[in-house]
Design a protein around this ligand. Structure first.
Ligand code: SF4
Length: 336
């Protein structure tokens, strides 16, 4: 790469968080991405909320738990993380010697942003005898202040594994925390954070949709608010929702989570109908604007130029790894 190209690349990343290089519109991005994977011994890990094209080039598609497990086990030299920043950060925490790149450095998360580490540190001081369980959707700084990390797949089991008199702070998602309190009978202290995508489903529109589709089952992610969860026939993590639609006998579902998961649901059960639950705005479906910053073009570019790269202070990484290791150890014990 010549100097001008390097400088352009640097400026593009600094200004936009991703490489802004014009690609030949006739380029076969699927074939070129496969070529780069082989040449660079790279693996593409994609979250279920990524656009269908990205899911189709991914080596592994999963929710936060599956992606963390895969990131820990991979032998690839480079991890291309098609998700949001805290997910790529988790992959780096688990793989300090590997190069972790993200298609768009600005792919953030409203839930993670709702819990700034300095404020959370003060909150912790107000509850000194509490153990901290944090949902994986948080920054490395919050992970470093936590005792155990959890995902929506294992949160209930992790909480239930602790003695009944153990006082717990749950962060950052108040809706997931309230749901876990409900199903476990605990009274965890909740940090007041939420996901912008799961908070805006409209109970009124979903009720009307249910009247028009009386046979449809409502399935919902526990990051949704309580009134939405009350409408649900099944509540589970993204992976659990996907598995449910495969094994359940119904043929129609109203899906209350980010719409990206519908791609895998339709691929797994092509004979079934999946209706995205409507949000409380003028849109018919509910996309995460952060997840959707990633595109197939950006995947190709970040693999080709190996930027933007996730880097981290080693002290922070070690502190953030401890509660993730604890989660992975407990998940293995529970057979998750
Ligand atoms: S769907 Fe919600 S929790 Fe997931 S990345 Fe988007 S804002 Fe964050």
């Amino acid at each position: 790469m010549n100097e001008v190209m390097l400088e352009t690349k640097k400026i593009n990343i600094e200004c936009k968080g991703y490489l802004d290089i014009e690609l030949d519109p006739e380029m076969d991005l699927f074939a070129q991405t496969e070529r780069l994977k082989k040449e660079k011994n790279a693996i593409v890990l994609a979250h279920y909320y990524q656009e269908p094209d990205i899911q189709d080039v991914a080596d592994y598609i999963g929710d936060s738990l599956g992606l963390a497990q895969k990131a820990e086990a991979t032998r690839a030299d480079m991890i291309v993380f098609a998700g949001v920043h805290f997910m790529a950060e988790t992959a780096k925490i688990l793989n300090p010697s590997k190069k972790v790149v993200i298609p768009d450095l600005l792919a953030g998360c409203s839930l993670s942003d709702s819990c700034p580490p300095p404020m959370f540190e003060q909150f912790k001081k107000q509850h000194p005898d509490h153990l901290v369980i944090s949902y994986i959707n948080c920054s490395a700084g919050i992970k470093a202040l936590s005792d155990i990390i959890c995902t929506s797949s294992n949160a209930q089991k992790i909480v239930e594994s602790l003695s009944a008199d153990q006082k717990i702070i749950f962060a950052p998602d108040k809706n997931l925390g309230a749901y876990i309190n409900k199903v476990t009978g605990r009274n965890m202290v909740l940090w007041n954070g939420a996901c912008m995508v799961h908070e805006i489903f409209s109970v009124e529109k979903m009720t009307k949709l249910k009247i028009r589709h009386p046979q449809a089952k409502v399935i919902a992610h526990p990051e949704c608010e309580e009134p939405v969860l009350r409408l649900a026939d099944f509540i589970g993590s993204t992976t659990q929702l996907l598995k449910y639609t495969v094994t359940d006998g119904s043929s129609e579902y109203i899906v209350a989570t980010e719409t990206g998961i519908l791609h895998q649901m339709m691929k797994s059960s092509p004979h079934k109908t999946f209706i995205p639950a409507p949000p409380n705005n003028s849109c018919a479906c509910n996309d995460c604007p952060h997840m959707k910053r990633n595109t197939l073009e950006k995947i190709y570019l970040c693999m080709e130029y190996e930027v933007p790269e996730i880097t981290m202070d080693e002290e922070l990484r070690i502190a953030a790894k401890k509660p993730i290791d604890k989660m992975l150890e407990l998940s293995a014990k529970f057979g998750l």
